[in-house]
Design a protein around this ligand. Structure first.
Ligand SMILES: *Cc1c(COP(=O)(O)O)cnc(C)c1O
Length: 456
């Protein structure tokens, strides 16, 4: 891990000598691989031989992406999947299967809330939601014998509130519970949650990692440090035929077979093989292409998001701007703030001080490309603004090299129950922007004309 991010983003996980000296990672567009002879076939199937047999189990193009993302996220391994929702769903279900409970922030991507609120209960997985995931006392009060994981987005979409990952990690680990972080908004370029104690990191690679809005994808990264044998996770310690050698009478569990990487292997062997939401080699190729320039794109997007936030703050029609990046550099030196400091000695810090402290400790290079803002006059004006933008695209995506605008209450968070939506600040007067790579001046001019027209 000695090399810098930009270097690893271009090189890690790929050896051109094993790929006909191709500079660009080849697309292994094949369903199956010739196993050559019976002994090799037996070894591949048993997992005692490294190699490829069938693309639902593993594919060389996808494997390069997995290894590269594991490196960039400081994890010990990664599994790529067909979309961000496959990553979120598989990670949460893998932690909580067999009657477990989850504790989650309610300030999340809409489909993630809906999954936990209305769908996972059908599979016996229940979730306790908290409106402020950084209220560590409230989170701790919800932990019981069935709790398996705490889940939050590192930077919440669309509020951009920063999650106290170090504080939650300490709390979770005191109780033997895993911390799962959705790191989609900042991307691994701005934040590595595993460095701050997260156990599992998920991404929608559709967003900033791809960066060009041309392929869906997701990834689950395992930090490889959590003790899945601590008694909370029966699914990890029960013998499993699929990884055992029945012919020789040996039955092993995921913990027996894979130790600290039991989670990653369970996601791969049970979830990916069973539900089949694999990433296609072509999509992996597009994600790799995007990754190569992540370190160059994100700083531009962060700077533009900051400029747009500053500009929107000056407009009379804008009643509130949500961009935690505005708090960068705002905490007086030496002032103890934030839950992650452990002590409340100097009194409970004001929420903005806590946010400023988290922004400065977790995300010194910026909080990401998205910001949101409220406007005077509610949905009628929101509608006219999205209809009025010319350069900015009206799209439900983020992290694209194009600048995008959306009305979250009706689009990205439509399926979220109103109580959670309001708690996350997603009301009818809210607009979200994802800053792209256009010139900031051009974007400001476009917003200005759309807003002026909406109030004319
Ligand atoms: C988009 C998104 C997802 C879902 O990803 P898909 O690739 O659309 O399935 C999950 N979490 C966050 C934070 C997202 O922005």
């Amino acid at each position: 891990m000695g090399e810098g991010f930009g270097t690893r983003a271009v090189h890690d996980g790929y050896d051109c000598r094993e790929n006909g000296y191709a500079a660009s990672v080849p697309i292994y567009q094949t369903s199956a691989f010739d196993m050559v002879d019976a002994d090799r076939g037996d070894g591949l199937a048993a997992g005692t031989l490294d190699g490829f047999s069938y693309s639902r189990l593993a594919n060389p193009t996808v494997k390069v992406l997995e290894d590269r993302l594991a490196s960039l996220e400081h994890g010990r391994g990664a599994v790529a999947v067909a979309s961000g929702m496959a990553a979120v769903s598989f990670a949460l279900m893998c932690a909580a299967e067999k009657g477990g409970r989850l504790i989650s922030s309610s300030s999340l991507y809409g489909t993630s809330v809906d999954a936990m609120e209305t769908f996972f209960p059908n599979f016996g997985i229940h979730t306790d939601f908290v409106d402020d995931i950084n209220d560590l006392d409230a989170v701790e009060a919800l932990i019981d014998d069935r709790t398996r994981a705490i889940f939050a987005e590192s930077v919440a979409n669309p509020s951009t509130a920063v999650t106290d990952i170090p504080g939650l990690a300490r709390l979770a680990h005191r109780h033997g519970v895993a911390l799962i972080i959705d790191n989609t908004v900042p991307t691994p370029y701005l934040l590595n949650p595993i460095d701050f104690g997260a156990d599992i990191v998920v991404h929608s690679t559709t967003k900033g990692i791809n960066g060009h809005g041309n392929a869906m994808g997701g990834v689950i990264v395992d930090g490889g440090r959590f003790d899945w044998g601590n008694g909370r996770y029966p699914q990890m310690t029960q013998p499993e035929l699929v990884i055992s050698d029945e012919r020789h009478g040996s039955m092993v569990s995921f913990l027996d077979a894979f130790g600290d990487l039991a989670f990653l292997h369970r996601v791969h062997t049970k979830y990916l093989h069973t539900f089949g939401a694999v990433m296609s080699p072509f999509n992996a190729y597009l994600q790799l292409n995007g990754l190569e320039t992540l370190a160059q794109r994100v700083p531009v997007q962060v700077a533009t998001a900051r400029r747009l936030a500053d500009h929107l703050s000056t407009l009379p029609q804008v009643t509130q701007v949500n961009y935690s990046g505005l708090l960068a550099g705002q905490v007086p030196a030496g002032r103890g703030t934030g839950n992650e400091q452990g002590g409340e000695g100097g009194g409970v810090p004001a929420p903005d001080d806590r946010q400023a402290h988290l922004v400065n400790t977790l995300l010194p290079k910026g909080v990401g490309p998205i910001l949101s803002f409220r406007v005077e006059g509610g949905y009628e004006r929101v509608k006219r603004i999205v209809d009025g933008v010319r350069l900015i695209s009206y799209m439900p995506n983020i992290g694209d090299c194009r600048t995008l605008i959306v009305d979250p209450a009706r689009i990205t968070h439509r399926e979220v129950p109103a109580v959670y939506r309001r708690a996350a600040g997603v009301d009818d007067d809210l607009l979200r922007i994802s800053a792209g790579l256009e010139e900031a001046d051009d974007l400001i001019a476009d917003l200005d004309q759309a807003i002026a027209a909406a109030y004319a």
